[in-house]
Ligand binder design. Structure first.
Ligand SMILES: Nc1ncnc2c1ncn2[C@@H]1O[C@H](COP(=O)(O)OP(=O)(O)OP(=O)(O)O)[C@@H](O)[C@H]1O
Ligand SMILES: [Mg+2]
Length: 231
């Protein structure tokens, strides 16, 4: 077995559990994800997939155990530093979470403006990322006028525009037809090739079947043997 250097690990979880009131969502998760991995998290509804993603970007805090992101222990991150941690992640939510009263361009520009980038850089970068996701003609459209697949492409553009190290996608193909789903998966693979670490939570058997990648299978909050897919 080849020993890994500490610097190869981007995410390390040590005996992580998450309980909500009267409900255990994740139990005793210990695993590592190395730089530039492409990982699928699967398992039945309620298995803890979304909770797993949330723990990484401090959308929720672990009840027990330790999580290191790029060498930083999440339990030691102060409230003031949470925005810096969040810039490590590009997050694609299942329900897109685009702002309906802002245009496609404005939705994406917001990320770069919040990080204090210059106007000229914002203009250039947003245009370039919209070109990559094939939405360059829709700069001035409002999200409600786009199809689900198009909104998902905008959500991907917003997730990647800040060049995050880690892309998290929660059921990115969940509500799409097979053709739109393929476009979305190919985009995620493209950003993986460009160097990002990609983690997808999904029920999509087709995506699991056609993607040669590591599958982490959750059931009732526990990691199952990789051979048994429980969905
Ligand atoms: N904020 C919360 N408060 C209470 N319980 C919660 C909360 N969030 C999640 N849970 C519970 O934790 C468990 C895991 O939920 P989670 O959303 O992570 O599952 P999931 O695998 O993403 O499911 P799905 O495939 O339906 O999206 C579920 O039983 C859920 O009800
Ligand atoms: Mg979920």
């Amino acid at each position: 077995m080849i020993e890994k250097n500490n610097s190869d690990y981007l995410i390390r979880m040590f005996h992580v559990s998450k309980s909500f009131v009267a409900k255990s969502a994740l139990s005793d998760i210990s695993l590592d994800i190395v730089k530039n991995e492409f990982v699928i998290i699967t398992g039945p509804s309620g298995a803890g997939k979304t909770t797993f993603l949330k723990l990484l970007y401090l959308g929720e805090t672990a009840s027990q155990g330790q999580i290191l992101i790029d060498g930083k222990n999440l339990s030691r991150i102060t409230r003031k530093n949470i925005p810096f941690l969040r810039r490590t992640f590009g997050i694609i939510f299942q329900d897109y979470k685009l702002i309906h009263t802002k245009t496609v361009f404005e939705n994406i520009a917001l990320v770069l403006e919040a990080a204090g980038n210059k106007r000229s850089y914002v203009q250039k970068k947003v245009k370039s990322v919209l070109r990559i996701v094939g939405m360059e003609g829709r700069n001035n459209s409002y999200p409600p006028s786009l199809s689900g697949g198009e909104q998902q492409r905008v959500a991907i553009a917003r997730a990647v525009v800040g060049n995050p190290k880690i892309i998290l996608a929660d059921e990115p193909t969940g509500s799409l037809d097979p053709q739109s789903a393929e476009i979305i998966v190919n985009l995620l693979k493209k950003f993986h090739k460009r160097g990002a670490t990609v983690i997808i939570a999904t029920h999509d058997r087709e995506l699991i079947r056609t993607t040669k990648s590591r599958v982490i299978n959750l059931k009732e909050g526990y990691v199952q043997s990789p051979k048994v897919i429980t969905i």
